[in-house]
Design a protein around this ligand. Structure first.
Ligand code: SF4
Length: 190
C-alpha cells in the first residue's frame, strides 16, 4: 500500500506576490536582452557588423511581441486569471490582456500548445533561438564576452525551467490543472 502523500500542496495564488512577478518578467526580459546582445556580438562579422545588428534587432522584436502582445491577445483571454476579478497572474499579463482583448473560452486554453503555429512554439523559439544561433559563432567568431553572454542566456534558461516554473510561477498557478505546459512539467499533481 503506497504511503499517502503528506507533503503540503503549494498554495495556489489568486494574486501573485510582487517578488514572483518581478522574477518571472525579470528572467524573461534579461533572456531576451542578453540573447539579442549575443546575436549582435556573434554575427558582427557579417556585412561589416550590420548582420549582428539585424539579427539581434529582429530577434528582440519577435521575442517581445510573442510574449507581451501575442500571448495577451491569444492565450490570456482563455485563462482563468483573465476572469479573476482581483486576480494577478505570474506575469501580470492578465490585467493587460483584459485591456486589449475580449474574453475568450476556458475550454480553448489548452490550444496554447499542440498546433504547429500555437503560441507555445513561439514562446519556446524565443527562448532557444539565441542559444542555438550563438553556438556556431562561438566557433567561427569566438570572444570571451560572447562566451560569457552565451553562458548567461543558458543560465537564465535553466533558472526558468528549474526555479521559475517549479518554485515561483507555474507551481502556484490556478490555471495549472488545464495548462498543457504544467501537465508536461508534471506540476498538475504537485
Ligand atoms: S497565467 Fe494566464 S493570464 Fe497570466 S500570462 Fe499565463 S495565460 Fe496569461
Amino acid at each position: 500500500m503506497p504511503e499517502p502523500d503528506t507533503k503540503p500542496k503549494p498554495e495556489l495564488y489568486t494574486r501573485y506576490p510582487t517578488k514572483n512577478i518581478v522574477i518571472y518578467n525579470g528572467t524573461t526580459i534579461l533572456h531576451y536582452l542578453f540573447g539579442s546582445f549575443g546575436l549582435m556580438l556573434g554575427y558582427n562579422f557579417l556585412w561589416d557588423g550590420l548582420g549582428g545588428f539585424l539579427f539581434s534587432f529582429i530577434y528582440l522584436i519577435f521575442a517581445f511581441m510573442q510574449m507581451y502582445i501575442i500571448m495577451p491577445l491569444t492565450v490570456c483571454p482563455n485563462c482563468v486569471y483573465y476572469r479573476l476579478k482581483d486576480g494577478l497572474c505570474t506575469s501580470g499579463l492578465n490585467r493587460f490582456s483584459r485591456k486589449i482583448a475580449k474574453e475568450g473560452n476556458l475550454k480553448d486554453f489548452a490550444k496554447r500548445a499542440g498546433s504547429p503555429f500555437c503560441h507555445n512554439k513561439l514562446y519556446m523559439a524565443s527562448l532557444f533561438i539565441p542559444i542555438l544561433a550563438i553556438i556556431p559563432t562561438l566557433i567561427i567568431n569566438f570572444s570571451v564576452i560572447l562566451l560569457i553572454v552565451f553562458l548567461t542566456v543558458l543560465g537564465l534558461l535553466l533558472f526558468r525551467f528549474f526555479v521559475v516554473f517549479q518554485k515561483t510561477a507555474c507551481v502556484h498557478c490556478r490555471a495549472k490543472n488545464m495548462c498543457p505546459n504544467a501537465k508536461a512539467m508534471g506540476l498538475v499533481d504537485k
